[in-house]
Design a protein around this ligand. Structure first.
Ligand SMILES: *Cc1c(COP(=O)(O)O)cnc(C)c1O
Length: 233
């Protein structure tokens, strides 16, 4: 095992332990919380080390980086997650190789995904990104607008909405993050009362290296971890 491999393996153990403890505190099973390894800071060999250590759900925030790494690591049976903004002209190439798009932030993008998925003859799984912090620089549906998006979502045949995704504010620390995650959870509960048959909101993709505990307390089913995987390298 290389030194790099050893450090990454130790980092993964620490993250798994944090997830386990947070799940215990929340009275949940850690098995119901998926660890998505965000490899946007990592070189291709470091990304390979994550895969060799057994994490197969990998996320990138830029479509181009996802395409490149998915071809470099084609042998590794990785499930790729896109966690950052997707431009409409990059949809076709991205949906062909992506397990889940966490960051669908507009009806226009949903339309494009639906039409390109139809051409490919497959179903694309997506989450709706919610701009919970209200930060104008962040992407995502405004919480008040997402309900009406479901009129359109009910017509989709090749796109499956499986849940919600959000990022906490940069400012305010963990207590603000927890309030924001709680708001996503209540939005999910409210929307769930009136969902079309072709959608579900079972997945909540919340929480990063600095706030995964708060996310798990508020019901995250997926945490997206970058920095904590690559520390001490
Ligand atoms: C970078 C990124 C992450 C990982 O954040 P860390 O703080 O490095 O754990 C998670 N989600 C999104 C959308 C990101 O862009």
């Amino acid at each position: 095992m290389t030194e790099e491999q050893r450090i990454i393996t130790a980092n993964i153990s620490r993250i798994r332990e944090r997830i386990r403890q947070a799940a215990e505190k929340a009275g949940r099973s850690a098995e119901n919380i998926a660890l998505i390894a965000v490899t946007k800071y990592a070189t291709a060999p470091q990304t390979r080390a994550v895969s060799l250590a057994g994490l197969k759900d990998l996320g990138e925030s830029r479509p181009q980086a996802l395409w490149d790494k998915s071809s470099t690591l084609a042998e590794d049976s990785i499930r790729w997650h896109l966690v950052g903004h997707l431009q409409r002209n990059k949809v076709t190439r991205t949906i062909a190789i992506t397990h889940l798009i966490h960051s669908v932030d507009s009806i226009r993008l949903l339309k494009e995904i639906e039409s390109e998925s139809g051409k490919l003859g497959h179903v694309t799984n997506v989450l709706l990104e919610i701009n919970i912090s209200g930060d104008a620089e962040k992407h995502g549906f405004v919480p008040g607008d997402v309900e009406e998006a479901f009129d359109f979502i009910s017509t989709l045949k090749n796109t499956r909405v499986a849940g919600l995704m959000a990022m906490a504010s940069r400012e305010g620390g963990r207590s603000v993050a927890q309030k924001e995650f709680a708001a996503v959870r209540s939005l999910r509960d409210r929307l769930s009362e009136n969902l079309p048959d072709n959608a579900s909101l079972d997945e909540l993709s919340l929480g990063m290296s600095g706030d995964l505990e708060e996310a798990i307390l508020e019901g995250a089913t997926m945490v997206r971890i970058g920095r904590a995987l690559f520390e001490n390298l």
